[in-house]
Design a protein around this ligand. Structure first.
Ligand code: CTP
Length: 404
């Protein structure tokens, strides 16, 4: 069932759901496959399963108390997050999801998620209506946005006797999620990855600006996926309504000209540049020094073309730096991506039809096709975090094969 867990450290958080009993067998198999498994029980979970059962199968003392770990002088309550190669919380109750989504640190499972340095996987289990509730779904979306991998529940008989969605994912799916996380976890180790994200804004006068609908979600997801793959990440971002990802160097810019300066400054050490920013193609010739007044008639705004940041990066990069462009089109994005790949001498282009359902600006899902000299790889419609991970896997594969 497990492929990559031997010698790896897994923190296994268990919250108060009846499905907790299933994790004893899972922890046993994980340990047998060679993983070091540290079980953390919430107080709720300890109502359903005995710590001793986990202790017997993992050979490690089960922990629950925030400040009762052996050496609190070394900040024991955050040590587990740093120790683990992967954190898996299964089962996660609706309440646990709400606490994680809001960044609570009120027990050792929640604290371990906050302190985690590597991938975090959460497998919810609950009654169908609770799972479908807008509050739960919003919490799941928020966690996904931050790069948490969600192993969605399955349909079947629930503890209440009802049939519906909400059963904890089968052990095979939990195992696959751990393996996948470990596979990706070191694929960009030691690499410097620059990601540009969000829109640029071009001032018209002190209060008005030209911009576009980019939410920055895709670029931020790529930055998080690259971080989880072990990369040192510089995220150059236009103004967006997203929180700064932990463990990523964030450089804020506003205009295309500022983006160009920030990118060229970071470029000499870069192994990869992912150009997800929606750069404004034009800017006003000059921003008016004072607020423009209405005059009762038409006004003419004169625009000049912005520098092509991507072309500048390709021209200035050292040999071997892999450059990834994005091509958003309404219509056939793949054909346009192929043209751009050649015209701008890129290694990969992520093509995206922004008029297709699920891929619109601002959405949490995306359907992209990864275009390279070798061909086009069509990905399904997926949450942006998943799209980002697949793109990062593809980038890591290109680096391994020495292109760029
Ligand atoms: N880009 C850039 N600098 C610009 C404009 C775009 O670096 N001034 C980058 C984007 O970040 C994206 C890619 O170029 O990665 C796609 O830009 P796009 O404008 O769609 O490509 P073009 O081939 O220039 O398309 P068009 O001529 O239709 O504008």
């Amino acid at each position: 069932m497990f492929v990559r867990v031997a010698g790896r450290r897994i923190a296994l958080g268990i919250t108060g759901s009846i499905a907790a009993y299933k994790m004893v067998e899972f922890a046993r198999r994980l340990t047998q496959a060679g993983a070091e498994v540290q079980v953390v029980l919430t107080h709720g979970a300890a109502q359903f399963v005995q710590p001793l059962a986990f202790q017997a199968v993992t050979g490690r003392i089960v922990v629950s108390e925030m400040f009762a770990m052996q050496d609190e002088r070394a900040a024991g309550h955050v040590a587990l997050g740093a120790w683990a190669d992967v954190v898996l919380v299964a089962p996660a109750t609706a309440h646990a999801l709400a606490r994680f989504a809001n960044g609570f640190a009120d027990d050792l499972v929640a604290t371990t998620i906050l302190a985690a340095r590597g991938p975090v996987i959460v497998a919810p289990a609950m009654e169908t209506h609770m799972w479908r509730h807008a509050a739960t779904q919003a919490n799941v979306a928020r966690l996904r946005e931050r790069g948490v991998r969600i192993v969605t529940p399955e349909s079947g008989e629930l503890a209440s006797g009802e049939i519906g969605e909400g059963r904890l994912a089968a052990p095979e799916r939990l195992a696959a999620a751990i393996d996948e996380a470990l596979a990706g976890s070191a694929s960009l180790q030691g690499r410097h990855v620059i990601v540009t994200a969000g829109p640029t804004v071009e001032p018209i006068d002190p209060v008005r600006l030209l911009t576009n609908r980019s939410s920055g979600k895709m670029g931020y997801a790529v930055a998080v996926a690259a971080r989880d793959a072990g990369a040192d990440v510089t995220l150059i971002s236009g103004p967006v309504a997203l929180a700064a990802p932990v463990g990523v160097r964030l450089v804020r810019i506003e205009t295309a000209a500022e983006l160009l300066v920030a990118l060229l400054a970071a470029l000499p050490t870069a192994d990869v540049v992912v150009m997800a920013a929606a750069v404004a193609d034009y800017r006003p010739v000059a921003a008016a020094p004072g607020k423009l007044k209405k005059n009762g008639g038409e006004i003419v705004l004169r625009l000049v073309e912005n520098p092509d940041v991507l072309r500048a990066a390709v021209a200035a990069k050292r040999k071997g730096t892999l450059i990834v462009g994005f091509k958003a089109e309404t219509g056939d994005a793949v054909a346009a991506a192929r043209t751009m790949l050649v015209a701008k001498s890129l290694d990969l282009v992520a093509a995206n039809d922004v008029s297709a359902p699920g891929s619109e600006f601002g959405s949490d899902t995306d359907q992209i096709t990864i275009v390279s000299a070798e061909g086009a790889e069509v990905l399904p419609l997926l949450p942006k975090a998943e799209v980002a991970r697949l793109l990062v896997d593809r980038i890591a594969a290109s680096i391994r094969s020495g292109s760029g």
